[in-house]
Design a binder for this molecule. Structure first.
Ligand SMILES: Nc1nc2c(c(=O)[nH]1)N[C@H]1C(S)=C(S)[C@@H](COP(=O)(O)OP(=O)(O)OC[C@H]3O[C@@H](n4cnc5c(=O)[nH]c(N)nc54)[C@H](O)[C@@H]3O)O[C@H]1N2
Ligand SMILES: Nc1nc2c(c(=O)[nH]1)N[C@H]1C(S)=C(S)[C@@H](COP(=O)(O)OP(=O)(O)OC[C@H]3O[C@@H](n4cnc5c(=O)[nH]c(N)nc54)[C@H](O)[C@@H]3O)O[C@H]1N2
Ligand SMILES: [Mo]
Length: 683
């Protein structure tokens, strides 16, 4: 029985390599590929559920469309679907210009071919698109400004750490393979500290769990730095040689004495002292920064303050040490490492208008003029569920004349569409993918033909372009034909600049990215303007209008006045058995997953007269959500936690409550900058 090597293209740290056995056109078995040293041990349940996902009864297997006067979406032929889209495109281009069409893509799958969509819109004559990103740009930009580049040491290097700090990261759910390396480090005597308002599974073996007030992590980091400086426990030689702005930074942290930092963070002063003592005494230290504290309006500055802790203790460039946020060493093909990758609006080139903030997509769509938006094309994304401020996003989509959604399932966003086009699954087209935790480049190899009426996006674009009269080389350059050999030729052209990356080698398994550094910054080259680690960044000030030092500011929504009305912080973490809004519809996942609930501390539950299991209404002035309450004795009082990713059609998305607001740098989305109140539901 032939085993195929392929890889999982989800937006997830682990980016597992898989061996898949196929029998009579069906997936029989999915196993981990041992060549992936970061994730050798096994796939997660989501990976195993692909066997179900690709044949799920919910999967979209033919185009759907709306007919005038008839309710709902109904099957239409490809020819009719493409004909209707083409005539809309021509009509809108003629009447309002191509920029009346919004092209909106999400992070549902990775791949080089998957990124080909924008070429279609250029060939069409332009469009409007979004800038920024829902996921990580505040942290990426903070790291780039401070260290010069987004990279970190190989995942397995953490076993060399003596101190591991998981800060706003919950790998037991979001990066399960990292827990194996953390366990190995702990067995070798390392200490684990977790910083999270929740007591997560990742903190089970922690020496210390620090539970700051949400969004106050910047003040916590500056409080720790205060003690390191005051007690002369910083690394003089490292600071002297490699850091820019230490005198100014040490002046800044003078005001964050333990009592002041404690008032800002609600962390006891003695805990701040203990954490600072651990950092001073235990070397080498690795700090794994997750995304929790990266979803506020102060996140970029917060992340800069956190990196500073490693810089002033000399924990960069050696085995077992370092800042682990995003390891983009495998991003050799694309522009994500580029400082302008998130397209600030001034980068619009006249053809493609880049004017809509992903974080504010609803408000921006409604406000767009000259021309107004009339149509949207959504692919690989589920913005109605996943972008901030769902009420505004829904209103904006409903205000359009025409909507096209390309997806595998009838998501909340697809339900709003006029035409839904069925997307291929991961096994149905070859592509090349990178990762952001390890640095393997992988071939996501095709192992099955798509179902008869399903087409890869490149093929959808190719056929649509032909309907619009676009032909010839200009088309085949971007969109390979449907034959496997045409796709492979396209992939080989992309690989050509890298002799290490041949198709034959990638077929065998994962290959480390060319130029990969196992211990990041071991050459102490920091590609910042000064060539040093910038504790003081003039570029930060110039580009983002923030203090050049990582000064702490309170998240925008957390004003005293607003807290009187909405006293609770809402955090919306990820969960083990979903990737954002994906997988929740599968039986394999449903069978083992908990229902949607809001976790609440007994202190807040008592104030509101809520018991375990009470149906409650969580609300603010943007929206509300009804769901059962779960009393959580380990959650920090003053916080509510509801996982993100649930669909409106499953009981409601948390983004009814969030606000379309950007982070202080990088044009990210401040999902956690949200206050709410809770009460017993009326019914
Ligand atoms: N409140 C709150 N909201 C959040 C977050 C949070 O923490 N809190 N996290 C944010 C973050 S970090 C992220 S990354 C985003 C993720 O949000 P999105 O970028 O929207 O990603 P997903 O929900 O993973 O997937 C989107 C869609 O892609 C589809 N898809 C999968 N594969 C393919 C394919 O090959 N082709 C096509 N056309 N479609 C495909 C899936 O079926 C799914 O419907 O959510 C953000 N939203
Ligand atoms: N199973 C699974 N794995 C995933 C994903 C998924 O959806 N499911 N998504 C992938 C993607 S796209 C992403 S972005 C990553 C995210 O990976 P993680 O960063 O690990 O996940 P999050 O749940 O966003 O946040 C981590 C923790 O931050 C805490 N937190 C919230 N607010 C604060 C705060 O103010 N301060 C501190 N210190 N902590 C806070 C939350 O309680 C949570 O436990 O995971 C990736 N992996
Ligand atoms: Mo993300």
């Amino acid at each position: 029985m032939p085993d195929y090597t392929t890889a999982c293209p989800r937006n997830c740290y682990s980016t597992c390599s898989m061996l898949v056995e196929v029998e009579n056109g069906r997936v029989r078995r999915i196993e981990p590929h041992p060549g992936n040293r970061a994730a050798p041990g096994g796939l997660c349940l989501k990976g195993l559920s692909y066997a179900e996902r690709i044949v799920s009864p919910d999967r979209l297997l033919r185009p759907l469309g709306r007919a005038p006067g008839v309710d709902g979406l109904h099957p239409v032929s490809w020819d009719e679907a493409l004909e209707r889209i083409a005539s809309r495109l021509l009509d809108l281009r003629e009447r309002h210009g191509p920029q009346s069409i919004l092209y909106c893509s999400g992070s549902g799958t990775k791949g080089l071919l998957n990124a080909a969509g924008m070429h279609f819109w250029r060939l069409f004559g332009g469009c409007t698109t979004t800038y920024g990103d829902l996921c990580w740009p505040a942290g990426l930009e903070a790291t780039r400004l401070t260290l010069g580049e987004n990279k970190h040491s190989a995942p397995w290097d953490i076993v060399n750490a003596r101190l591991i700090i998981l800060w706003g990261k919950n790998p037991a759910e979001t990066n399960i393979h990292q827990m194996r390396f953390i366990d190995q480090a702990l067995e070798r005597g390392a200490k684990l500290v977790v910083v999270d308002p929740r007591r997560t599974e990742s903190s089970e073996r922690a020496e210390l769990l620090v539970q700051p007030r949400p969004g106050s992590d910047g003040a916590l980091a500056l409080g720790i730095a205060h003690l390191l400086c005051r007690n002369d426990r910083f690394h003089h030689e490292f600071v002297e040689r490699h850091c820019l702005g230490f005198p100014e930074f040490s002046e800044l942290v003078r005001e964050y004495d333990p009592d002041h930092a404690s008032r800002l963070t609600d962390v006891p002063a003695r805990t701040i002292e203990r954490l600072s003592g651990l950092l001073a005494d235990t070397r080498p230290a690795t700090l794994c920064a997750g995304f929790g504290m990266q979803r506020y309006t102060n996140s970029g500055q917060t992340m800069r303050a956190m990196i500073a802790l490693l810089a002033i203790t000399g924990n960069i460039g050696q085995p077992g040490s370092g800042w682990q946020f995003a390891n983009l060493q495998s991003a050799v093909f694309d522009a994500v490492k580029d400082p302008l990758a998130f397209y600030p609006p001034e980068e619009s080139d006249g053809v493609v208008r880049v004017s809509i903030s992903t974080a504010r997509i609803g408000q921006d769509m409604l406000a767009t003029r000259d021309p107004e938006l009339k149509m949207a094309w959504v692919e690989r994304g589920n913005p109605i569920t996943q972008n901030p401020e769902t009420p505004a996003v829904l209103q904006a989509f409903r205000a359009l004349e025409f909507r096209v959604v390309v997806d595998q399932f009838l998501t909340d966003t697809a339900r709003e569409a006029d035409i839904v086009l069925p997307a291929k699954s991961l096994f149905e087209q070859s592509d090349v993918i990178g990762a952001y935790w390890h640095s393997y480049i992988q071939l996501k190899q095709k192992i099955l033909d798509p179902p008869p009426d399903v087409k890869p996006e490149t093929e959808i674009y190719r056929l649509l372009a032909m309907k619009l009269g676009i032909r010839g080389e200009v088309l085949s350059q971007y969109f390979p034909g449907p034959a496997d050999s045409e796709v492979e030729e396209w992939v080989e052209r992309k690989l050509a600049p890298f002799p290490e990356l041949t198709l034959a080698r990638l077929r065998e398994g994962p290959v480390p990215a060319p130029g990969n550094q196992e211990i990041a910054f071991s050459d102490f080259v920091f590609p910042t303007p000064s060539g040093k680690i910038e504790l003081l960044s003039r570029e930060a000030a110039r580009r983002w209008d923030v203090d050049p030092l990582p000064r702490y500011t309170t998240p925008i929504e957390f004003t005293e006045q607003r807290q009187k009305k909405y006293p609770l912080h809402l955090i919306t973490p990820n969960t083990k058995n979903r990737i954002h809004s994906q997988f929740g519809n599968l039986r394999m996942i449903r069978d083992v997953s908990e229902p949607l609930e809001v976790s609440i501390s007994p202190v807040d539950a008592a104030r509101c007269g809520i018991a375990d299991g009470t149906l409650v209404r969580v609300f603010n002035d943007r929206g509300s959500l009804e769901l059962p309450a779960r009393l959580d004795f380990s959650l920090k009082p003053g916080c509510l936690s509801i996982p993100n990713g649930w669909w409106i059609s499953e009981g409601g998305t948390v983004n009814f409550l969030s606000c379309g607001r950007e982070t202080d740098m990088g044009h990210g989305a401040a999902f956690h900058d949200v206050l709410v109140e809770v009460e017993k539901a009326a019914r």
